[in-house]
Design a protein around this ligand. Structure first.
Ligand code: SF4
Length: 343
């Protein structure tokens, strides 16, 4: 038995063909699962009884059990799921004016141990499989009014580029017009800066968005905050991002979480402006940190945040100040899972 949500449309067609069924049934099955959200083969009423019997014998559906839901005052909603092996993962829905964004996890825990992130605090367990990633997106879609999940970000627990093959296959399934039909430009991979995989991604011919977590503008400070910087330091990462933009003609977004007394001074802003000078296709998202008590993290004062932003603007950097979302619901990445495990 295999998990049907781990298959691309052509893989499902191949499977049906080998078993003597017409190929067009694959599109019907995709439509039931991804467009109508039906996760029970018996209810796929336009399939013959014989085909439904075949599907039940060959495949299964569903990897996630909902354990907990938290809804913020700002409508951000966070879900904690238990996987079949009892591991826990998180996913989030972030509604905004004209879009609903789903934020999904790619690993159980994370091996990169960024100091500001609750996911890194409990270590790495394993990669998520393709169907587990797809099932997160399916659950979020089913939870959106009218099933209208418009954007997807791979920004939950885990480093997506450390689970490269599964994440890329999941993206190809999600991007298909016969499944979720979420356009590539509405799908974002967020990385802590794994240089070889950024180079690999540049050759994929995918129009997805790439977002790189910087959070500091000099190697000493970034290595303290993000140990991955010791292996892939800024002096190599920024040129790799430049090459990515040149090769793909796509923009790179740099995420910079502002943390009190750590990376939010005027000097930090000047350093950031300096390293990004000349990187034309780029923008910076400034995000005041969500407080993570376990890691001693707090956001800076409002005035300090505004000075930081102004400094980047004066240096001609394309910058947006983002609101932290879901602050009242353990919003930092991995926080819900961590607190649940601790209980
Ligand atoms: S920020 Fe991302 S890469 Fe860093 S520990 Fe958290 S999940 Fe891992």
């Amino acid at each position: 038995m295999q998990d049907i949500t781990g298959l691309t449309l052509s893989e499902l067609e191949e499977n049906l063909k080998e078993s003597g069924y017409p190929l067009f049934h694959a599109k019907q099955i995709f439509s039931w699962i991804y467009k109508k959200g039906v996760l029970d083969f018996n209810s796929m009423s336009d399939l013959s009884a014989e085909l439904r019997k075949y599907l039940k014998a060959e495949f299964f559906l569903g990897n996630l059990k909902l354990v907990k839901t938290l809804k913020s005052r700002d409508e951000t909603e966070k879900f904690l799921f238990e996987l079949k092996d009892k591991n826990l993962i998180e996913a989030v829905i972030i509604p905004a004016e004209n879009r609903i964004t789903g934020c999904i996890s790619t690993q159980v825990g994370c091996k990169f141990a960024c100091k500001f992130c609750a996911s890194g605090l409990s270590g790495f367990k394993r990669n998520l499989t393709v169907p587990e990633i797809i099932d997160e997106a399916l659950y979020l879609k089913s939870h959106c009014p009218g099933g209208k999940l418009t954007h997807l970000v791979f920004m939950g627990t885990g480093e997506p580029l450390d689970n490269y093959d599964n994440v890329l296959k999941a993206i190809r399934i999600i991007n298909s017009g016969f499944s979720f039909n979420i356009g590539a430009r509405r799908i974002t991979i967020s990385t802590s800066g794994i240089i070889p995989e950024i180079e690999r991604l540049a050759g994929e011919n995918l129009q997805i968005e790439l977002s790189v977590s910087l959070h500091a503008a000099d190697d000493r400070k970034r290595s303290l905050l993000m140990p991955v910087n010791k292996k892939y330091p800024l002096r190599n990462l920024i040129p790799a991002c430049k090459e990515y933009t040149q090769k793909t003609k796509r923009q790179v977004t740099f995420e910079y979480v502002l943390i009190k007394d750590l990376n939010s001074s005027l000097q930090d802003a000047q350093n950031l402006s300096k390293i990004l000078t000349g990187l034309k296709l780029s923008k910076v998202n400034l995000i005041p940190a969500n407080a993570v008590k376990e890691a001693g993290i707090e956001p800076p004062k409002k005035l300090e945040i505004l000075f930081f932003k102004d400094c980047l603007l004066k240096h001609g950097i394309n910058v947006t100040l983002r609101k932290p979302r879901g602050q009242d619901i353990e919003a930092a990445c991995g926080q819900l899972r961590l607190n649940y495990v601790k209980k």
